[in-house]
Unconditional design. Structure first.
Length: 382
């Protein structure tokens, strides 16, 4: 099971590290290895959240996620995305941006750093909306009840998540964005840029998330209808019609996953510049890390880990909320990537530990109930 799920990740790791040695020697090998670990640590919460969505998709779309999705994640976000940033912000053609990345790495890093406020605002708003929609939803299983129970009641107010996100964006635009961090320690007023980028992130979430949610609801309706038709067919012997909306639902959930992964990759791409400004080594290291995140997502789904450890998804969403806040703060202040990674790891580890304690308590309660039943049977038999 482990080899089947992580086999491609192991193979890509071997190939990527070999290419790094051929490209830049053992120093490049070390850089790629560090970048891979950085990407995995920063994106572990991404894997947990992805697993919660991916488990609703069939085996075919899970394979698409591991093949086409990996190409988008590795080549799109880890290689093409930094080039697109430079091309757009510096008003250069993609060819000139690639040439700049390969020939003038310092200027390339400067342009990407200067574009960070726009990136952070877009990604921060997208991730913030994911967290707010989760925390305002009334759930049967609650982790931190003293927080989640009152927020679930507040969540009954229409568009509350959007209102809070817009308030956060306005506050960020008129505080952090007015002294946005730029290359070389300089600061600039990026209020308008942050405001526009944040609104773009909000719109992207509402469109993609809304479409995926719409088709997911349609799929659930069709599955209920299919179940009723199965029962009818069992009684009458008639053939039932097949569900036809699964493909549409799966496609939009896949699209949602890719946008979600893109938002998670922002901090990894930006953080990678603290280690190297070589776009080749960056693509190799972050690409290897992205493969493990993909494989880990599928592993969590196939093992049913989220069903066994019910608070993991909660911890991952709290990590998303923390990452959204961190992205907004980094518009003005630099925050070490180690801190960013540790916040997510600590929250997920805490939720895992809480899940283990819950399972243990349930098992003990079930054991006591079984024991009392046995005593009752024995006493009645006497």
């Amino acid at each position: 099971m482990l080899l089947k799920t992580f086999g491609w990740s192991f193979a890509i790791t071997a190939v990527g590290l070999a290419v790094a040695v051929l490209y830049g020697g053992w120093e490049a090998f070390g850089i790629v290895a560090i970048l891979s670990i950085l990407e995995i640590s920063l994106s572990f919460d991404n894997a947990v959240v992805n697993a919660g969505i991916l488990k609703k998709m069939n085996a075919f779309w899970q394979k698409i996620f591991l093949t086409v999705g990996v190409l988008i994640a590795v080549f799109g976000m880890r290689l093409v995305f930094p080039v697109v940033i430079v091309a757009v912000t510096a008003k250069k053609s993609p060819i000139d941006a690639v040439n700049l990345a390969l020939t003038d790495k310092d200027q390339y890093q400067q342009l990407v750093t200067d574009a960070h406020p726009a990136i952070a605002a877009f990604g921060g708003m997208f991730l913030l909306m994911i967290f707010l929609d989760f925390i305002f939803e009334d759930r049967d299983i609650q982790w931190l009840r003293w927080i989640e129970r009152p927020l679930a009641k507040l969540g009954k107010v229409d568009m509350l998540a959007v209102c809070i996100a817009l308030i956060v964006l306005l506050i960020t635009s008129f505080t952090f964005a007015t002294h946005a961090h730029q290359h070389g320690g300089a600061h600039a007023d990026k209020a308008q840029t942050v405001l526009i980028s944040g609104i773009a992130g909000l719109i992207t979430y509402m469109v993609v998330g809304g479409l995926s949610g719409y088709f997911e609801d349609k799929l659930e309706e069709e599955e209920e209808r299919e179940h009723e038709e199965e029962e009818e067919a069992a009684r009458t012997g008639k053939k039932r019609s097949a569900v036809v909306l699964a493909g549409q639902a799966a496609f939009f959930m896949f699209l949602y996953l890719e946008v979600l992964d893109a938002s998670f990759s922002f901090d990894g791409v930006i953080g990678a510049f603290a280690i190297t400004n070589d776009i080749v080594l960056m693509a190799l290291g972050l690409g290897i890390g992205a493969m493990y995140v993909r494989s880990l997502t599928v592993y969590l789904v196939r093992q049913g880990t989220l069903d066994d450890y019910v608070y993991l998804e909660h911890g991952a969403h709290y990590a998303i909320g923390a990452l959204a806040v961190i992205l907004m703060v980094t518009i003005q202040y630099q925050i070490n990537e180690v801190i960013t990674g540790l916040v997510g790891v600590v929250l997920i580890a805490w939720s895992f530990w809480s899940s283990v304690r819950r399972n243990k308590a349930l098992a003990e309660a079930e054991g006591k109930a079984t024991g009392s039943d046995e005593k009752t049977e024995i006493s009645s038999g006497v």
